[in-house]
Design a protein around this ligand. Structure first.
Ligand code: G4P
Length: 535
């Protein structure tokens, strides 16, 4: 692969990358904002070409039938935008709360997150959970208060809620002129000037923006302007001013206001991400050794997706590049097996759209097509061996036995179950007692079961029957505790495919009584690699 760039350019090219994801509660406007960002970066001509919902359904990123039927985004994709000479990699996260495990994995591959709030609702449960995942990883977070074109809460109350409940100091980059529901524009906290917004028909194209100095803003917007500047001064006086170091240390969160559906404030957000989000830095391996960005190529798989292209029944592994320069065609080593891995079929993938990717740099995401040997969490490297930490796994709360409806299809069934397990669609638990024909599926949310059975039938040709189990709690356990737990009513031990022993209990009370018979430390939280526990 010839390229004009020498590998010594890697640090320079990495410094021009921003890799981020949007975290939000469903309906806060993530899909709308993604479209709006793409529109502003001119990746698409008119908003509506990225995600399909409502009238916009059927477009690029919702490829599973189920997603289309429900209007939700289950699968993740990567959108690459270029702003001036900065490359933004926006990693899409599934919108539905049942897929938070998937979202966690995506968050482990980003350098920054945009936390999107609905102005009327403030912090919602899913936002809190996802923010927590960012906190554990010390990921810097930019806050966006969306839907300012609709009646909502007072901006100061929203900032107060962020400070109180998240323990990070919100530092406004801009402040809305006009109450929620009457969004005229924003005061720029740095310059003190105003950007006035005007609607375009249907909000499908970039909104009109006019820069006003303070005098002109006061003349045009009178009381609204004065209220906005007074509030902003109040925050400035209390020290709520953006400080890049504090933001990168995840102690503060810069705040912006938007109405994504009419493209108000979106250009400002794009500018903030480009200017403030950190570029990819050294990535810690499993021993905690930082791998410099200009080292040999290394990366890890944070997502595996099959069936994105029905006609090809393919399987794509998404790898975040952590160090070095990726060139299509290079032969890498699979860190887990030590086997060589060919990268001839590398692509950039967004929804149904794919392009062959010839080179990539730290922070970029490479889609490796037909990567049957790759699983979520695997490391690929060039040269000396590198192992990146395993990805976090969520504590499942729903459990069901799954069986093939027809015994004649058991081969297809087994193949499908293996695939779903490797992709992390559900966790698969087995035990000698239940046998390999009746594995237990474990999920964070019940919709994961629906996706699993849908795919078993449509992709693998094996209709499946589910039998829900009455368990609600999972804990890691030890081989010595196994016989004790297994003998109890309302409890059972199974083995996850990574070898972890998992004890299931109907409820906390049952778990408590069993635990009292075991040596200390026999039941452990289902910690992920980051020490997260969703139970
Ligand atoms: P999600 O991906 O976070 O789940 O949210 P999505 O973008 O689908 O937005 C959820 C709903 O909120 C959509 O309305 C969308 O149009 C609306 N929305 C998003 N941003 C804004 C905004 O800034 N202002 C206002 N007023 N509404 C916004 P819907 O009725 O569910 O769907 P649709 O038919 O309008 O697409």
């Amino acid at each position: 692969m010839s390229s004009p760039l020498a590998s010594s350019d890697v640090p320079a090219l990495a410094s021009r990358r921003r890799t981020f994801a949007v975290i939000s509660h469903p309906d806060a406007g993530k899909s709308t904002l993604t479209e709006a960002l793409a529109l502003h970066a001119q990746a698409i001509a008119q908003a509506g070409a990225v995600h399909g919902k409502g009238a916009r359904r059927g477009t690029v990123s919702d490829w599973l039938e189920m997603e289309q039927a429900r209007g939700i985004s289950i699968t993740s994709a990567v959108l690459q935008l270029t702003v001036d000479d900065v490359v933004l990699n926006l990693l899409d996260t599934p919108g539905h709360a049942d897929f938070s495990e998937d979202t966690y994995r995506v968050l482990s591959a980003v350098d920054c997150a945009v936390m999107l709030l609905d102005a009327a609702k403030g912090l919602e449960p899913q936002t809190l959970k996802l923010f927590e995942a960012c906190r554990v990883r010390r990921t810097p977070v930019i806050t966006v208060i969306n839907k300012w074109d609709r009646p909502g809460q007072e901006p100061l109350a929203l900032l107060d809620e962020i400070q109180q409940r998240l323990g990070v100091t919100p530092t406004p980059l801009n402040w809305p002129v006009g109450i929620a529901g009457d969004f005229r524009g924003v005061v720029d906290a740095a310059t003190g000037g105003m950007t006035q917004f005007t609607r375009t028909p249907g909000g499908a194209t970039v909104a009109g923006r006019e820069e006003l100095d303070a005098g002109e803003a006061a003349r045009r917007h009178g009381q609204d302007w004065h209220a906005a500047t007074e509030e902003l001064e109040l925050l400035t006086a209390s020290g709520q001013v953006h400080d890049q170091e504090e933001f990168l240390a995840a102690r503060t969160t810069p705040v912006l206001f938007t109405a994504a559906v009419i493209n108000f404030g979106v250009a400002e957000l794009l500018e903030a991400v480009t200017r403030l989000a950190p570029p990819p830095g050294p990535w810690s391996d499993v021993q905690g050794v930082a791998q410099p960005v200009d080292g040999p190529l290394s990366g890890f798989v944070f997502k595996v997706q099959t069936g994105m292209d029905r006609s090809h029944r393919d399987r794509i592994a998404f790898m975040r590049v952590c160090s070095g320069r990726f060139e299509r065609g290079m032969v890498l080593t699979h860190a887990g097996t030590g086997r060589p891995f060919q990268t001839k079929y590398a692509q950039s993938v967004f929804g149904r759209e794919r392009e062959t990717i010839d080179e990539a740099y730290p922070g970029d995401v490479v889609g490796l097509v037909n990567a049957h040997a790759l699983h979520v969490g695997d490391t690929l490297h060039e040269g000396r061996a590198v192992h990146y930490p395993p990805l976090p796994r969520f504590a499942p709360e729903h459990f069901a036995v799954v069986r093939a409806r027809e015994t004649g299809r058991s081969k297809q069934f087994r193949r499908g179950i293996d695939m779903l397990d490797q992709e992390g669609v559900v966790q698969v638990l087995v035990s000698d007692r239940r046998g390999a024909q009746a594995p237990v599926l474990a999920a964070v949310g019940p919709m994961q079961f629906e996706v699993a059975t849908h795919r078993l039938e449509h992709e693998f040709g094996a209709q499946a029957v589910l039998e829900p189990l009455g368990y609600g709690i999972a804990r890691r356990t030890t081989p010595s505790a196994m016989p004790v737990v297994d003998g109890k009513h309302g409890a059972e031990v199974l083995r996850r495919t990574d070898g972890t022993l998992v004890a299931l209990f109907t409820d906390r009370w049952r778990m408590g009584t069993v635990e009292s018979e075991l040596p200390r430390g026999s039941l452990l939280p289902m910690f992920g690699a980051d020490g997260m526990d969703a139970s």
